[in-house]
Design a protein around this ligand. Structure first.
Ligand SMILES: [Zn+2]
Length: 754
């Protein structure tokens, strides 16, 4: 049955694959000579898929797009007239002879993890659009452990037709493994860095020789930082390949992220979506210059992507810097997208020394450890250095690392549940790392911890677009989300639905603006509306029917100007109302019940009582019973076998206390027809009425406690077979009453005295 299902499943996949052309229908590769900024702007407005390639744009055009470009008078030169036909010419393996196939790349990666298990582990980071697994190699000493070490990410193959990138990645991984304990420089880097390599992010694209994934989406336009629907992307992080990369970037704390492409020789760093420089321009400039000078390229240019190449939204580099604060860029390794196979190794050898240099320099600047002052536990914190985009600590280790050019810096550490902490005059010297230990004092508060994604229609160059302003507590600095814009934030931990409002959205400026707030349990929604607000407003999770939500999306109502400073809602902070989790006033007691005189014998079917709770032991003699907290009494009895016991135990809130019980056999108690006796009330405090149906007058009552000791019980016959017994002289506990009647019969009944 399973086999049939598998065959059917594979059949379905093959249908999907064969039904889908790797490129759009009739798509062609065209050199477009758009020298004038207004010509480039037109291409942007037509939402055409394009890459900068030196003196021209390399565009991917459907026949209609091609016609509209020609009609606008822009000079065009067709390079590949039919990309679907062209990609089919590479045969089923998808790549020219001399290049590795996806399967071969996976085999090499697997063999590295197998032969170098101490320093190389293979991780599944996602399932691609064609159901291929997307892998990442982690190369570091103690590779399976997260250590206090700077992390670096290299990825390749995001554009499947730029086939040199994956060759670069897998060779670098192999050289790191083979060089360990042979080459002192590599050994030192593997010992003191955590190097991650995604060698083929878009396996479908590489197998089908296409830029896109199976859904026809350009992954390098699908990322969420200032996403704008380019490259056939339908929403931010719409594709599994993009989600896999997002997971890598948010689950780790990369100092440097290098993404490999081909089609020109160029290093392009953020921003790609806007003309203005990032606050970390000096760091990007310094490291890109270092990459260029340590590489084997004679003169590889490096520049901000927007101006040096071509404006794009939704790139990996803008997300890598804008959302997680990594020094993030694209490296274009060859003027050809498919250089002849003889060029694979020479191109790799040009990049290898620069890649090693990036690993080395990821350890310079500042590093440190953020812990809780009282517990010493690591803290998940954001580190703001000057006005740069923040980086994060590793929540499991508490370490952080950031490359900085030499200078004096100010650090601000912000973490949910802690007082903010500021350090001034942190001195960073060349080619060294300044180590800082930070202990945070606990405080109350929960605020947005990270930006997930953002959208400002057509961008807004007149506003600074400083998304980190929305992180942390209200501070009078805002991120204006743009007219009709939206932004999604991660609170770090879920906001819990409680009585009254659960979330407060803080607007910064004096003119309140309108917006809608949505709540999501996952990073990708679905987004449940919590209502609209104007200015600072409170929201209640109850309206969403969610008990908790970790992610919040804010959309602007569309009022006002779009291309103005502070356009759209001015978000200062998102605050979650911190709920003190209700103190559980109960715990549990569990254990086994044995016979006291025969402790290897478990007692099945014993009734266990504690306060208002009761249960029955199972065939293993096991019981689990809820119990109030504090010093409580737990009793167990098996009536028909005359076994019982009571103990006192101390239960803490939420405890599951282990407590075995040993039941005594009460030798001087005999079984009798006890339902004829009724005692009211039972449990008793003071007086109880004992009635015996159709029986003679009570002569004597004794109580047997759990040690077998005998206590006399005073009583007052009422002349009708009933008696009022007085238990006020007895300590609380479980007793067996032995009632002797005038006619000589002896009856037994259990009673609980409070
Ligand atoms: Zn590319």
């Amino acid at each position: 049955m399973k086999k049939i299902l598998l065959v059917f499943y594979l059949f379905c996949i093959s249908l999907i694959s064969s039904a889908q052309s790797p490129w759009r229908e009739g798509e062609m590769q065209v050199k477009v000579f758009a020298e004038q900024p207004e010509q480039q702007q037109l291409i942007k407005q037509l939402n055409i898929n394009a890459d900068f390639a030196g003196d021209f744009l390399r565009c991917y055009l459907t026949p209609q797009e091609y016609e509209s470009l020609l009609a606008s008078g822009i000079r065009c030169e067709v390079e590949i007239p039919d990309l679907n036909h062209w990609s089919a010419s590479f045969g089923p393996l998808g790549v020219p002879t001399g290049y590795y196939t996806v399967a071969q790349l996976n085999e090499i990666a697997d063999s590295l993890a197998t032969h170098f298990p101490d320093i190389c582990t293979l991780h599944t980071i996602g399932i691609a659009s064609n159901f291929d697994v997307i892998y990442a190699l982690k190369i570091s000493d103690n590779s399976s452990v997260d250590e206090n070490e700077p992390e670096i990410l290299f990825d390749g193959g995001i554009h499947g037709d730029e086939i040199g990138a994956s060759e670069n990645m897998i060779r670098f991984a192999r050289d790191l493994c083979l060089g360990y304990e042979n080459d002192p420089y590599i050994t030192d880097l593997v010992n003191n860095r955590e190097i991650w390599i995604i060698y083929c992010l878009n396996p479908y694209g590489r197998s089908a020789m296409t830029r896109y994934n199976l859904a026809g989406v350009d992954i390098n336009r699908d990322c969420g930082y200032m996403w704008n629907g380019e490259g056939n992307s339908t929403s931010a992080f719409s594709q599994p390949e993009t989600k896999a990369l997002r997971g890598m970037l948010t689950d780790n704390q990369f100092v440097i992220h290098c993404s490999y492409h081909s089609g020109i020789e160029f290093i392009s760093f953020p921003w790609s979506y806007r003309a203005s420089q990032t606050p970390d321009h000096a760091q990007h400039q310094y490291l890109a210059s270092l990459y260029a000078s340590t590489s084997g390229y004679a003169n590889i240019p490096y520049q901000q992507g927007y101006s040096g190449m071509y404006p794009i939204n939704g790139s990996t580099k803008d997300f890598g810097y804008g959302a997680v604060g990594a020094i993030s860029w694209s490296v274009e390794i060859s003027v050809s997208k498919q250089p002849p196979a003889s060029q694979i190794v020479p191109i790799y050898l040009k990049n290898k020394p620069a890649m090693l240099a990036m690993c080395e320099y990821a350890g310079y600047g500042i590093s440190g450890m953020v812990t809780d002052e009282t517990t010493g536990e690591p803290v998940s914190a954001n580190i703001f250095v000057n006005d740069f985009y923040p980086i994060s600590t590793d929540p499991e280790v508490g370490d952080f690392h950031k490359f900085l050019v030499p200078g004096n810096y100010e650090l601000k550490v912000i973490a949910n549940g802690y007082e903010p902490h500021t350090l001034t005059n942190v001195v960073v010297s060349s080619q060294s790392s300044t180590f800082i230990t930070i202990e945070l004092q606990p405080a109350t508060g929960q605020y947005a911890r990270a930006l997930v994604s953002s959208y400002i229609p057509n961008n807004n160059p007149n506003d600074e677009g400083f998304t980190p302003a929305a992180l942390g507590p209200p501070d009078g600095v805002q991120y204006s989300i743009g007219r009709f814009g939206w932004a999604v934030f991660d609170m770090g931990t879920p906001v819990i639905n409680g009585e009254g409002p659960d979330v407060i959205v803080h607007e910064n400026d004096a003119t309140p603006e309108g917006y809608t707030l949505f709540a999501g349990v996952t990073i990708d929604g679905p987004w449940r509306p919590m209502g609209t607000g104007i200015g600072t407003s409170s929201f209640d999770l109850s309206v969403t029917f969610l008990s908790e939500a970790r992610f919040f999306k804010i959309t602007d109502d569309g009022d006002g100007q779009s291309q103005a400073n502070n356009a759209g809602f001015d978000l200062d902070a998102i605050e979650g109302i911190v709920r003190i989790p209700p103190v559980d006033s109960t715990g549990y007691i569990s254990g086994f019940i044995y016979e006291y005189h025969n402790p290897t014998q478990v007692v099945e079917g014993a009734t266990v009582y504690s306060g208002e709770y009761s249960t029955i032991s199972d065939s293993d003699g096991f019981f689990l019973i809820r119990a109030d907290t504090g010093n409580v009494q737990i009793c167990a009895e098996h009536w028909s076998r005359w076994l019982y016991d009571c103990d006192s135990v101390y239960v803490n809130p939420g405890d599951t206390l282990n407590h075995n019980m040993f039941l005594y056999y009460v030798e001087n108690v005999r079984k009798t027809d006890y339902p004829a006796i009724s005692i009211y009330p039972n449990p008793v405090k003071g007086l109880a009425k004992i009635s015996i149906q159709g029986k003679a007058v009570i002569e004597k009552i004794i109580a047997l406690d759990n040690s077998g000791a005998v206590h006399n019980v005073p009583f007052y016959p009422d002349g009708s077979g009933s008696a009022i017994a007085d238990f006020s002289g007895h300590s609380a506990g479980f007793y067996i009453l032995e009632i002797s009647l005038k006619d000589g019969e002896i009856m037994h009944v259990k009673i609980v005295i409070q």
